[in-house]
Design a protein around this ligand. Structure first.
Ligand SMILES: Nc1ncnc2c1ncn2[C@@H]1O[C@H](COP(=O)(O)OP(=O)(O)O)[C@@H](O)[C@H]1O
Ligand SMILES: [Mg+2]
Length: 394
C-alpha cells in the first residue's frame, strides 16, 4: 500500500520534438508504452527513426528494433533523415527476445512493427493474434522492468483498426494514429488514448525528403485565399482536438443528364451531401435535383464535424444558383432537417481564429450565446437556412 499524496509524478522524457511532446502530453513517461498505428507508407518508421535520432543527440541511447527492414535499409534511411548519430542503435531482426535482450543501457526503444516480431514460447505465425499479444506483452514488461518508455508500431487493417487482438489497445498506455491524404504532404498525429495526458492534442507534420517537420501555423493550411469569390466556395472553422483549422468547402453543380443526379464527395460524407441537398430543395427552394453535385474539401482535409453543416449548405446553394458568397466570411452552424441552424461547440475559439486569419464576418445560429460587441468579427445571426441564404445571396 502507498500513500497517494506521497507519490511524485515521474519526470517526463522529451522526444526531442516540441510538437511530438505536446501531442503525448509533455514527453514520454518512463515505463510507458505507446502504440502508433497508421496506413502503410504514411511515415510511421520515419517519425520514430527521427525521434530515436533526436533523443540520441540529446544524450540518451535509443534502440530502434526493426523486424521489417534490414540494417542497411534502416541505416540508409537514418542517413537521409539526418538521424544517424552515435547513440542510435539499430537491431534488425524479428526475434523479439534477442532484441529486448539488447535493451541494456538504452533509455528509449521502438519496435517496428509489433506484427513483424516473433516471440518464442507462443504459437502461430508472426502477426497472428496470439503472437502479437505475446510480443506486446514482452515489450510492456521490458519497459516496466527497466523503467524506460517505448513505442510499438502497429499496422492497421482495411477497416482502420490496428491489426491483432482486440485487446492490444487496452494493453498499452497510449494509442497514437498517424494519418494523411495520399496526395498531400501533411500528416496528422492524433492521440486516441493516453493514460498520462489528454487526448485532445493534434500535431501536424509535413513530409519531405529530409523527413517530417512540424508545421508551425497550421490553422490556415487547408485554405486557398485566392478562391473565395468563386460560386460554390464556403469557408468554415473546424476543430481537430483543440486545434482550429479553416476549411474550404467547394461545391460544383452541373446540369444532370441522369434521372438520379450524381453526388460525389471528397473529404466529406456523401450522405451529408444528399441530406442537405434535400433540405435545401424542401426548405429553401434551391433546385439541387436538377444538378449533378460534386463536393471537395480543399487540401485533402476530412471534415466530419456538424459545425461545418452550414458551410456545406451554403456552398451547395451557391453552386446551384451560381452566385458567389461574400468574401472573408465564415459559416459556423449545425443544420437540422427542418432547416434550422443550431449552435456549435467552442464558438468563441473558432471566431477568434477566423479573425486572426483575416475573416471579417461570421454567420452563426441565432441561438448562440455570444455578445456581438465582444466578438472579434462582425456577427450575422440566423435561425434558419433560408434566412442565411437571404442574407448572403442576393
Ligand atoms: N527517398 C525519399 N525521398 C522522399 N520521401 C521519401 C523517400 N523515401 C520515402 N519517402 C517518404 O516516406 C514514406 C514512407 O515512410 P515510412 O516511414 O516508411 O512509412 P510507414 O513506416 O508508415 O510505412 C513514403 O511514402 C514517402 O512519402
Ligand atoms: Mg514502416
Amino acid at each position: 500500500m502507498v500513500d497517494a499524496s506521497s507519490v511524485v509524478p515521474p519526470e517526463r522524457v522529451s522526444s526531442g520534438s516540441p510538437e511530438f511532446d505536446r501531442v503525448i502530453g509533455g514527453g514520454w513517461v518512463p515505463g510507458g508504452i505507446f502504440l502508433l498505428g497508421g496506413q502503410p507508407g504514411i511515415g510511421k518508421s520515419t517519425l520514430l527513426l527521427q525521434t530515436c535520432g533526436r533523443m540520441a543527440l540529446r544524450g540518451l541511447r535509443t534502440l530502434y528494433i526493426s523486424g521489417e527492414e534490414s540494417a542497411s535499409q534502416v541505416a540508409l534511411r537514418a542517413k537521409r533523415l539526418n538521424a544517424a548519430c552515435t547513440g542510435l542503435d539499430l537491431f534488425c531482426d524479428s526475434d523479439l527476445g534477442a532484441a529486448l535482450g539488447a535493451l541494456q543501457g538504452h533509455g528509449f526503444f521502438v519496435v517496428d512493427s509489433v506484427q513483424a516480431m516473433r516471440s518464442d514460447g507462443s504459437e502461430g505465425w508472426a502477426g497472428s493474434p496470439g503472437q502479437v499479444r505475446a510480443a506486446a506483452q514482452m515489450c510492456i514488461k521490458a519497459a516496466k522492468e527497466r523503467d524506460i518508455p517505448g513505442v510499438l508500431v502497429g499496422h492497421i487493417t482495411k477497416e482502420g483498426r490496428i491489426a491483432g487482438p482486440m485487446l492490444l489497445e487496452h494493453m498499452v498506455d497510449g494509442v497514437l494514429t498517424f494519418s494523411g491524404d495520399d496526395y498531400s504532404p501533411y500528416r496528422m498525429l492524433r492521440v486516441n488514448k493516453n493514460r498520462f495526458g489528454s487526448t485532445d492534442e493534434l500535431g501536424i507534420f509535413e513530409m519531405s525528403e529530409e523527413g517530417l517537420a512540424p508545421v508551425k501555423d497550421v490553422s490556415g493550411l487547408y485554405w486557398n485565399r485566392a478562391e473565395q469569390s468563386v460560386p460554390g466556395v464556403a469557408m468554415t472553422v473546424v476543430l481537430e482536438g483543440s486545434q482550429p483549422l479553416v476549411a474550404e468547402i467547394q461545391a460544383l453543380a452541373n446540369g444532370t443528364a441522369f434521372p438520379y443526379p450524381k453526388r460525389t464527395g471528397r473529404g466529406i460524407d456523401m450522405n451529408k451531401i444528399q441530406l442537405f441537398s434535400a433540405v435545401l430543395e424542401k426548405r429553401c427552394s434551391v433546385g439541387c435535383g436538377l444538378f449533378d453535385i460534386y463536393v471537395n474539401v480543399a487540401g485533402g482535409l476530412a471534415v466530419r464535424e456538424p459545425a461545418a453543416d452550414l458551410a456545406l449548405c451554403t456552398a451547395l446553394a451557391s453552386a446551384v444558383r451560381d452566385v458567389a458568397l461574400p468574401e472573408k466570411c465564415v459559416f459556423l452552424g449545425e443544420v437540422g432537417l427542418a432547416g434550422e441552424i443550431r449552435p456549435v461547440i467552442r464558438l468563441a475559439r473558432r471566431l477568434q481564429e477566423a479573425a486572426r486569419l483575416g475573416f471579417t464576418r461570421a454567420v452563426i445560429s441565432s441561438r448562440e450565446d455570444v455578445k456581438a460587441k465582444k466578438a472579434p468579427i462582425e456577427i450575422i445571426r440566423a435561425a434558419t437556412l433560408s434566412e442565411v441564404l437571404k442574407a448572403v445571396m442576393r
